[in-house]
Ligand binder design. Structure first.
Ligand SMILES: [Mn+2]
Length: 317
């Protein structure tokens, strides 16, 4: 039987390079209640401390997402048959006002939360996750599986500025949105400002799996650790593209060598099926630093991997 769910434009009828570039070539909706999973862009990088450009991420990920097909080649999950998925456009932002942007992004995600829709977002820099949490985790702190080269739990930058893409998870913990004991960070590496940089994350009980430990553990043992830490309570997945080695994802603001391969990241995400998933994002894709669209393609593919486990989890809940 033909599904009545929204479907991507069929690439056998209209070639992939034609038409308007929505996420996964899906129809665009303005009412979140019309879909179960909303694909959303957050074109904002006002929290970036060094090389800006992630504001251009959503448009390029939409463009590269035209390469995605309809069925996952390993799990055979067909997300568009299982659930209603659509492109919900971009969250409203203000490129010259950080606090106004945080407010506008939070307001947009409040509407999504009220509609009972699950957001799968593309940034933007990593500060966008904070207003998303403010909307999704108001009732009760959530858990998180966090892929990143950086812990993003710093305190202040350039004097007394508390909001940058290096601080979102310290703020989320302080605000009672994120439960540090149900948080696992994977792939952390690179030079740090001082030996005390990691004290906050360690002291509040975040399970930090540095890149070196991930190499020791391998994919399967890392996954059992992740499932132990986050358990069956509501959990968010935040995927900073810089968790990948710059040879796989050069188009990002803060690259760190010695990172994960795209294959390892795909295996890890597939292993997150079965978690109680409430939302996810892919952040820090920065097209001005990209080469031939490879990082945007990677972002789009990670988004499809996430979409598949989300479609499955919504269907089996
Ligand atoms: Mn980050």
């Amino acid at each position: 039987m033909m599904s009545t769910n929204p479907q991507p434009i069929d690439a056998a009828l209209i070639p992939r390079f034609a038409g308007l570039p929505s996420f996964m070539r899906l129809p665009v909706f303005s009412d979140p209640a019309e879909v179960q999973i909303a694909l959303i862009g957050v074109p904002w990088d006002g929290g970036t401390t060094n090389r800006a450009g992630a504001r251009h991420g959503p448009r390029e990920v939409r463009n590269q997402s035209s390469l995605m097909r309809k069925v996952h080649h390993v799990s055979h999950i067909a997300p568009y048959d299982l659930v209603r998925v659509g492109d919900l456009g971009d969250a409203p932002v203000n490129p010259i006002d950080l606090l106004d942007s945080l407010k506008q992004i939070e307001g947009f995600y409040q509407q999504i939360q009220q509609a009972g829709t699950v957001p799968l977002s593309v940034g933007g820099d990593h500060l966008i996750t904070l207003p998303i949490f403010r909307a999704l985790a108001r009732q009760c702190p959530i858990g998180m599986v966090h892929f990143d080269a950086h812990s993003d739990t710093n305190d202040r930058y350039f004097g007394d500025n508390r909001y940058t893409h290096g601080t979102p998870f310290r703020r989320a913990i302080e605000e009672g949105l994120l439960d540090p004991k149900r948080t696992v960070q994977i792939g952390i590496r690179g030079s740090i400002y001082s030996p005390e940089d990691e004290a906050f994350a360690q002291d509040c009980g975040i399970r930090v799996i540095h890149m070196e430990e991930f190499i020791e553990l391998g994919v399967n043992q890392t996954l059992s650790e992740v499932h132990n830490v986050v358990g069956k309570q509501p959990t968010y997945i935040s995927f900073d593209i810089d968790v990948l080695d710059p040879c796989f994802a050069p188009g990002t603001g803060t690259p760190e060598i010695g990172g994960m391969s795209t294959r390892e990241a795909q295996q890890l995400i597939r292993g997150l099926a079965g978690l109680n998933l409430i939302g996810a994002d892919v952040v820090e894709v920065s097209p001005p630093f990209d080469q031939g669209g490879i990082t945007a393609l990677t972002g789009a593919t990670i988004m499809f991997e996430l979409l598949c486990i989300f479609a499955q989890s919504l269907t089996t809940k």
